[in-house]
Design a protein around this ligand. Sequence first.
Ligand code: SF4
Length: 413
Amino acid sequence: MPRTALAPDLSPGEATAPRVQGWCPGALRPMMSGDGLVMRLRPRLARFTREQILGICDAAMRHAAGLIDLTSRANLQVRGVAQADWPALIDIFGGLGLLDEDTGLESRRNLLVAPDWVAGDDTERIATELLARLDELPDLPAKVGFAIDAGAAPRLLDDSADFRIERGAHGGLILRADGRVAGVPLAAGAEVDALIALVRWFADGGGKVSGRMARHPAPLPAWAMGDVAPGPSAGALRSGVHALGVVCALPFGQVRAEDLAQAVRSSGALALRATPWRRVLLEGAAPDAAPRLAPGWPDMDVADLAGWRVEACAGAPFCSQASVETRPLAYRLLELAQQGRLGAQRGAAPAGADTRTVHVSGCAKGCAHPAAAAVCLTGRAGAFDLAFDARPGEPPQTADLGMDAVLARLGVN
Ligand code: SF4
């Protein structure tokens, strides 16, 4: 049974100011953000059943801000949770079978699964076995994660994981440690044994200090030093009809809970498969249902943005900290990025700055993208501050701009 304590375990990241945390939030151990607690729900096999996803949507509307995030590790986040509402949500999510027994298992279940698996294939078989054997893993640094990517071709090559079981160029499966270009072939049926053995080697050899496999300086044990490269990438799932249902884009990785519930109901979806690419696969959705996860906004796939990334937080009216709506401006910027019209207004990027991001933040807390962005728009007193190569709250180049003035200032209206 999941733990049902009376207060969330917020330590050590309970401050509301944005900063890089050394751990990932869960449901049992939520993280405080600018708009309240963030509760992260990790699906098993990348899949939430219809009952689970509708239950999450209903809970987000009744006990949180009514918004759901899709993370880059294919988890769902319910955000804007008041501390007083956390126990009720724990009960609801526990009843839906979404929780782990304790925070240790919750953080260890950091498992990215290729979302287009089918019953009986290698991805389903191996991921199911690993889930059943999580208690055999040693204590690990909080951000260490796994990828099971054993379809006909790997899809998760560009997505973060410390240890991977994936399809190799030779057609069989390999075990590959992050930071290595090649992996070791695996015997059928012994894949999880090998993964656990490599993880134990990492932990026994100072993995706690290294933090992540890619930073671990020790040479791999001889048995794990293979020379088989992963197979050619099948790439991310694209929006549209899929053999398993319909793939839908979530601009900004965020959806209103009521829109998601409506899309699930109207499409007849049997489940939602979460991907790390800001898209979800509505499993079993009718091909002609054309579910929309952002009704009223242009239907665009965020993969086609000419190298740009547009980030936006919930903004007004969803977050009480916001004095501006973020979405109208963010959607307009998405359109401009798609048209290839963003770029000339970039400032001089300091070392380490992200030079391809436009960030529309409802306030200076910058929940959606705490790092520097090439174009940073921060809401303040009902208008936007504009800065280049900056974080929200840093001194603006121009202040007090409405949406049209922002676009004019960027030369793209
Ligand atoms: S307005 Fe945006 S950045 Fe500010 S606290 Fe709310 S979600 Fe975070």
